[in-house]
Design a protein around this ligand. Structure first.
Ligand code: ZN
Length: 243
């Protein structure tokens, strides 16, 4: 079965709609979301509605948990805190209630799913092979999917070998084989790996393959919506650089 994996949509309707359109042209039977549906972007209600309509499962990210009040806002950077407060004000009650039902980790088809990491599903940024080693030791599944860092990447550990990692570009494809994998699709709504296009991943559970995808979207439209909402200008600015 082909599954489209998305993460870190962050209220960016322009990016998520483009990804959904791209996904609809594939063989994907399901869509899984690894969390952070809201925060930073100007369209949290639309993004919640689209995830609820299209995703078979959705994790809670740290920004989702901030908006529902489950995490204190002083753990966040200034821009993230302002965006979370603004999101709390504009978010419809039924979307907030739905976000409050989500959890930061899950398992599906023998695949470990975590917003951030197996060791700390809410906060840990897994960006080094050393941390990836600890994550492999903390979860039993051969394939672990994570979001949170907004960087498309993978770590792999073959039997008896140390873990190695690399950033991933559009079109990169891997056969999972017998090794263990820790995989991040990158971010739909606020990529931070220097590629401004929305990032996502296609997983084929039957063939045992993964492929990193990118989707062009109306970055200027998303930035204009952030400015119109009077959110911090830096949140609009960074979208065009993918940072
Ligand atoms: Zn995020």
């Amino acid at each position: 079965m082909q599954v489209a994996i998305v993460s870190d949509i962050h209220g960016n309707r322009h990016a998520f709609e483009a990804v959904l359109e791209d996904v609809s042209r594939t063989e994907a039977r399901e869509l899984w979301c690894l969390g952070d549906v809201v925060g930073y972007g100007a369209d949290p209600n639309d993004c919640c509605a689209l995830v609820r309509e299209h995703a078979a499962l959705c994790l809670a990210g740290n920004h989702d948990l901030a908006v529902t009040g489950e995490l204190p806002l002083d753990d966040f950077s200034r821009g993230a805190e302002l965006a979370a407060r603004w999101t709390q004000e504009v978010l419809d009650g039924h979307h907030r209630d739905w976000l409050a039902t989500l959890r930061p980790q899950d398992a599906e088809d023998g695949i470990g799913l975590f917003h951030a990491s197996p060791r700390d599903p809410v906060w840990e940024y897994v960006l080094s092979a050393l941390l990836a080693e600890l994550c492999f030791d903390a979860a039993p599944q051969p394939l672990l999917l994570i979001g949170h860092s907004h960087v498309a990447l993978s770590f792999v550990r073959a039997e008896g070998e140390p873990a190695t990692g690399r950033a991933r570009r559009e079109g990169d494809r891997e056969a999972l084989g017998a090794a263990r994998w820790l995989v991040n699709p990158g971010s739909v709504g606020q990529p931070r790996d220097g590629d401004a296009r929305a990032a996502w991943l296609m997983l084929d559970t039957t063939a045992g393959t993964i492929e990193w995808r990118r989707t062009e979207y109306d970055v200027a439209g998303a930035a204009a919506a952030i400015r119109a909402a009077r959110l911090p200008d830096s949140l609009a600015e960074r979208l065009q650089y993918g940072q």
